[in-house]
Ligand binder design. Structure first.
Ligand code: NDP
Ligand code: OXD
Length: 306
């Protein structure tokens, strides 16, 4: 029996080596060289084409190469009974904490303004700011970013589906908590998963509820953001800027209006990456669990969508 690795647009050698090391008795194959479809027990995938996963009749589980599972759940052919697990990887978490802290600090300390002053040879200090950070999504990643930001001196709030208690974090939950959460947030960090309910959550209404001049950091998914509403909010001064790592269409098309805006910082969906050396252990643990008929680590609730 084998595991098939599906990673169409990125190298696979490191993954194969790490998986063979973590699971010495597992046969690892790289799609499309899968061998007999009946022999495939697990798929470890990022953005498999629709129908590919359903082509393996004896699967025990599907593992995502990333924290997000939207790329798997949007394929209607993936059998409903099949357990799906998201990635939980310490290196992925650390990378996200670094990125979010970097983007928050750049905004808070006026880094872009200082670079612009430098280009003019101007010895000038940006305005001092008070920045209350609000994190949408207090899961694996959001709940790791919160204490790191607190350690840097920020007042931090978080918004999740169910009520949460995190030391020192102002926790808001559900639709009832959303407006109050937004009203106290100067820098909004989106770390939500993409579910049907959350698509387009970063829209004109959300922006209007933030304090005037607030800043957006979107590291969740491009589909959370209504792009035209962001441009309108920036033009109207309701938002003062945005750091965007994820987009509806990736790579971001060369003629997209975001590219040329001084008030938008773009990064190429690399806020954080799964690292095979640390993540293979999570896959190995889940293989053992699936074979023992146990719930997976990071198992997704297919109804909830994350
Ligand atoms: P988790 O599943 O651990 O956490 C998801 C969080 O979102 C939970 O706190 C959950 O609430 C909350 N949530 C879900 N639905 C709702 C809702 N309807 N209303 C309010 N809150 C909701 O995910 P991770 O932290 O591991 O990852 C989050 C996302 O980050 C990924 O799905 C992916 O899209 C993105 N990501 C982006 C990367 C990048 O490089 N740009 C890298 C890695 C991830 P509750 O706690 O109550 O369940
Ligand atoms: C992920 C991502 O979901 O990289 O891990 O977006």
């Amino acid at each position: 029996m084998s595991l098939v690795l599906i990673r169409k647009t990125a190298p696979t050698a490191q993954w194969v080596e790490a998986l063979r090391h973590a699971c010495p008795h597992l046969e690892v194959r790289v799609w499309p060289d899968t061998g007999p479809a009946e022999d495939v027990e697990f798929v470890l995938s990022w953005a498999a084409d629709p129908g590919v996963i359903a082509g393996f009749p004896n699967l025990r589980a599907v593992f995502s190469l990333g924290a997000g599972v939207d790329h798997i759940l949007k394929d209607p052919t993936v059998p409903a009974h099949l357990p799906v697990a998201r990635m939980v990887d310490p290196t992925l978490t650390t990378g996200m904490v670094q990125y979010v802290c970097m983007a928050v600090l750049q905004r808070h300390r006026g880094w872009d303004a200082m670079r612009a002053f430098q280009r003019e040879h101007a010895w000038r200090r940006p305005e001092a700011r008070v920045s209350r950070v609000g994190i949408m999504g207090l899961g694996e990643l959001g709940s790791a970013c919160a204490p790191a930001l607190q350690g840097l001196g920020f007042e931090v709030a978080g918004w999740s589906r169910r009520a949460k208690t995190l030391a020192g974090v102002h926790a808001y939950a559900g639709e009832d908590g959303l407006h109050a959460f937004l009203a106290r947030t100067d820098i909004l960090v989106n770390l939500l998963p993409l579910t049907a309910e959350l698509e387009n959550i970063l829209d004109a209404d959300t922006f209007a509820r933030l304090p005037r001049g607030a800043y957006l950091i979107n590291v969740g998914r491009g589909e959370h953001l209504v792009e035209a509403d962001l441009l309108a909010a920036l033009d109207a001064g309701q938002l003062s800027g945005a750091t965007l790592d994820v987009f509806r269409v990736e790579p971001l098309p060369a003629d997209h209006p975001f590219w040329t805006r001084a008030d938008i910082a773009i990064t190429p969906h690399n806020a954080s990456m799964t690292h095979p050396g640390t993540a293979a252990a999570h896959v190995a643990a889940n293989i053992a669990r699936a074979r023992a008929g146990q719930a997976l680590l990071g198992q997704v609730d297919r109804q909830r969508g994350y």
